[in-house]
Design a protein around this ligand. Sequence first.
Ligand SMILES: [Cu+2]
Length: 161
Amino acid sequence: MKHIPHLLLTALLAFVLTGCSKKEEPAAAAAPAAAGPRTIEITANDSMKYNLNSISLAVGEEVRLSLINVGSMPKQAMAHNIVVLKPGTDTAAFATAAAAAVANDYIPPALNDQVIAHTKMLGPKQTDSIVVKFTAPGEYPFLCSFPAHYQVGMKGTITVR
Ligand SMILES: [Cu+2]
C-alpha cells in the first residue's frame, strides 16, 4: 500500500514535466525558420521579358533564384529558363550556340564550363529554382537560352560586390 502514493507522485511529476516541455516547443521550433538562402523571384512572360534585369548581391551571398513562367503560350513556342554565366562570358556567342542545342534543353554542352547554374526550361505556369553562392566579386551575366529570347532582351546582370 505504501507504493501506490509514490507511483502516483511519479506519474504526476512526469505529467507536469512533459506538460512543461511541450509548452516550450513552439517557441524553440520557430527560431530556425528564418535560416536558408534569400529567395529572389524572377518572372518570365509571353512578351519575352524578365521582371528583373539587374540584381545586386554581396560577395559570399547565397541566393535562391526562383524562376516562374507566368505566360500561357505552349512550351514548344515560348519556354524560358535562366542561365547564370561566368563573368566575361561572350553572351551573344553563348545564345547562338544554345539555340542549336535543342537536344540538351538549349544548354550547349561545348560551353558547359561557362555555366554557373541554370534552371530547367519552363513551360507555362512552371517554376524552378537554383541556389547559387557568389563567392567572388564580378558581373555575372544571365540569360534565357530559348532561341531568339536573348536577342529580344531576356538577359541581365548579377552584380556581386
Ligand atoms: Cu525565354
